[in-house]
Design a binder for this molecule. Structure first.
Ligand SMILES: NC(=O)N[C@@H](CC(=O)O)C(=O)O
Length: 431
């Protein structure tokens, strides 16, 4: 396979069409190239395509080890490449839990072997996600996987003392605690957003305050100990406001929104189709609008997918018995185009910031999230915003099929993804 790609007539971050030359893993030219000066170069006509830096996901569930029926590192990273991602952070809620150097190194090594995108394991904050004792944070940070993001995602670190200790501990290696903000007592048995509709449907409600109370507390804790805090999957208008106020006070807090919370609302629960069951739950139209506004003004720093594959037996059942979670990697960029770019809330430079630069910064990943400029690692995605496609779950690279967008028409398509100059996706297909 060629190691030299001349991408003609491409719009870098939505700018005027130009050329982009990738060779031996790095960007060697941005601007009109008359003679690439090498014989083995492969030319790609990118007329109409936008070039973005390779996307970085701070929140992916790859399920390996333990639930290889739902996803593997191999299949999940193929889905990531198809979505335009060159790096993903793999959440720790595997079986066994990624709470030791051994498990995070295993996940990191599987990612290297698969080679579709770089995998950065997230380490658990507490042993077994049990919320009782801190896991070996230092050993995971010092391991070959170089863990910098720690999260009990799927569960909240609800004990304030443990959360404080974790925030203090990760400062030693410039780590960050990514909190799944869900007050457990306020959400016992909760199934969907708490409101008039949950009452009508007879599904136990999940109040916004269960998320907001934990975010408020953690912002105060992070301020108190002078540490970095990241808030996973912000889903309510109140949460956006709390993060906004904390940032204004100078708290070192970052936050993510998931594509599904930018487009879907709790009204979908009326179908009783568990494809729409997710943690945190789909909220109201007003929450969706607040998330979009927060993402536009930078209160919400990043879009993270929370790609959560589940096999059909865990989803094709009664609502209350079904698992929480939905696929996200292959549709994230299209949802962001639909909800943020097309309505004029974000330009392509803004998308690069929210889906590449900022997540790489938060995760302390040096080789990703770099502007497309000469000398940078050639992590690049070519995206066609002009086409529309109907989502067909059977076309997914994931082992699971639980996309809430099945049958929906979405804009845009990833045409090519380059990881260090090597295509992982070309002409819209996995290489
Ligand atoms: N986000 C989800 O709905 N699901 C996540 C974890 C979680 O429950 O948060 C999963 O691992 O399936």
């Amino acid at each position: 396979m060629s190691t030299s790609y001349l991408i003609r007539n491409v719009s870098v971050l939505g700018g005027e069409p130009t050329d982009l030359h990738l060779r031996d893993g790095v960007v060697v030219a941005v601007g009109a190239v008359s003679d690439p000066g090498d014989g083995g170069v492969e030319t790609i006509d990118a007329t109409g395509l936008v070039a973005l830096p390779g996307l970085v996901d701070l929140h992916t569930h790859l399920r390996e080890p333990g639930r290889e029926d739902a996803e593997t590192v191999e299949s999940g990273t193929r889905a990531a490449a198809r979505g335009g991602f060159t790096a993903v952070h793999a959440m720790a809620n595997t079986e066994p839990v990624a709470d030791t150097a051994g498990v995070v190194e295993q996940v990191w090594r599987l990612g290297r072997e698969a080679g579709h995108c770089d995998v950065y394991p997230v380490g658990a904050v507490t042993v077994g996600l049990q919320g009782e004792r801190l896991a070996e944070l230092g050993a995971m940070a010092d391991s070959a996987a170089r863990v910098r993001v720690f999260s009990d995602d799927g569960k909240c670190v609800s004990d304030a003392v443990l959360m404080r200790r974790a925030l203090e501990y990760v400062k030693a290696f410039d780590g960050v605690v990514a909190q799944h903000a869900q007050e457990p007592r306020l959400t016992e048995g909760a199934q969907m957003n708490e409101g008039e509709l949950s009452g009508k449907l007879g599904l136990a409600g999940w109040p916004a305050v269960a998320e907001e109370a934990v975010i408020a507390r953690d912002c105060l804790l992070a301020e108190h100990v002078g540490s970095r805090l990241h808030v996973c999957h912000v889903s309510t208008a109140g949460s956006v406001q709390i993060v906004r106020e904390a940032k204004a006070r100078g708290v070192d807090v970052t936050a993510e929104a998931c594509p599904h919370h930018l487009i879907l609302t709790d009204e979908l629960a009326a179908t009783y189709d568990p494809i729409y069951k997710v943690n945190p739950p789909l909220r109201t139209r007003a929450d969706v609008e607040a998330l979009r506004a927060g993402l536009a003004d930078g209160t919400i720093d990043i879009v993270a997918t929370d790609h959560a594959p589940h096999p059909h037996e865990d989803k094709d059942c009664e609502w209350s018995a079904a698992a929480f979670g939905m696929l996200g990697l292959e549709t994230a960029l299209s949802i962001v185009q639909e909800t943020m770019v097309d309505p004029g809330l974000l330009d392509w430079a803004g998308v690069a910031e929210r889906m590449s630069y900022a997540p790489a910064r938060i995760g302390r990943v040096a080789d990703h999230g770099r502007p497309i400029e000469v000398g940078a690692p050639a992590n690049v995605v070519l995206y066609d915003p002009s086409v529309r496609r109907t989502v067909d779950p059977t076309e997914s690279a994931s082992l699971s099929r639980n996309t809430p967008y099945r049958g929906m028409e979405l804009p845009g398509r990833v045409v090519a993804t380059f990881l260090r100059g090597r295509p992982t996706v070309l002409a819209g297909a996995l290489v």
